[in-house]
Write a protein that binds this ligand. Structure first.
Ligand SMILES: [Ca+2]
Length: 274
């Protein structure tokens, strides 16, 4: 245990942190969750004390000019107190690259023609480029004085920066300013973020825009967990693997118990420099 503590830089103060996690909320785990018929079902409701885990967050710098490998592992551990044994599972959240524009000005648009025409003609346009993206999420929120804006995303097939109704597009328009769109495996190319000023009370109003891109071939996962664990400290690895594309990637390795692999999250930042 001491070796593990040193390896992962455990502080004594952190050991004092006790998190009580009750499993009673997931007592209805189906019997097919890898248990044999000879086991007692009384084990379905358990309490485990999470005495601590480390790291709480991690960061890795990959310097491509140094020839650093773009995959590797980070040592990790957790320490629990549990009656008997419990299943442990590791997982992860697919890494995303985010761009944020926190304070974009927007003006009231002319609301003439069909709704689709209004979206295509919206004055606000931001061009984004998509390459090797697994998931693309675009979201807007009101910052000030634009109680109703709507969001559209255009595939700019003609590459002219203009939204045409003959091009593929997606849109969402609720009676608020919180809108988001998500595309899975979007085609590579140029896209136009169109934001329609449907009801803008400022001249201008302001909204925030975020564009999140999931990265093909990127992975952050907690792995090599002992499948069945009792009280004490248990080591595992945080595995990361990225394409050799510069950028700062933030995601989470997760782990948990009794079939849940996302009860605890470890934020991992991977900075790939050219
Ligand atoms: Ca809206």
């Amino acid at each position: 245990m001491n070796d593990l503590c040193k390896r992962a830089g455990l502080s004594l103060a952190f050991m004092a942190l006790m998190v009580l996690t009750s499993f009673s909320a997931i007592a209805a785990v189906p019997a097919a969750a890898g248990r044999t018929a000879s086991e007692s079902f009384s084990g379905f409701t358990k309490q485990v004390m999470m005495n601590g885990h480390s790291p709480m967050q991690a960061s890795v710098t990959i310097d491509l000019s140094n020839g650093d490998p773009t995959s590797g592992t980070i040592p990790a551990w957790y320490d629990i107190t549990v009656d008997g044994t419990i299943q442990a599972n590791g997982g992860g959240v697919p890494p995303m690259v985010g761009d944020n524009w926190p304070n974009e000005p927007i003006y009231q648009d002319q609301l003439t023609g069909s709704y689709e025409e209004q979206l295509a003609n919206a004055k606000y346009t931001r061009i984004i480029t998509v390459a090797s993206v697994s998931k693309l999420t675009v979201a807007v929120n009101e910052v000030a004085n634009c109680p109703d804006i709507d969001l559209a995303l255009w595939y700019d097939a003609s590459m002219d920066g203009v939204a045409q109704l003959t091009e593929p597009y997606w849109y969402v328009g609720t009676a608020s300013s919180s809108e988001s769109l998500r595309l899975t495996n979007p085609a590579d190319g140029q896209y136009l973020v169109k934001v329609l000023g449907y009801s803008v009370t400022g001249a201008p109003g302001y909204f925030s825009l975020s564009v999140m891109r999931g990265v093909q071939g990127a992975e952050i996962t907690a792995m090599n967990l002992e499948p069945l664990v009792g009280s004490g400290m248990h080591a595992f690895d945080i595995y990361y693997s990225f394409p050799a594309v510069p950028g700062t990637y933030v995601s989470y390795a997760t782990f948990g118990f009794m079939g849940a692999n996302d009860m605890f999250s470890i934020e991992v930042t991977v900075n790939i420099v050219p």
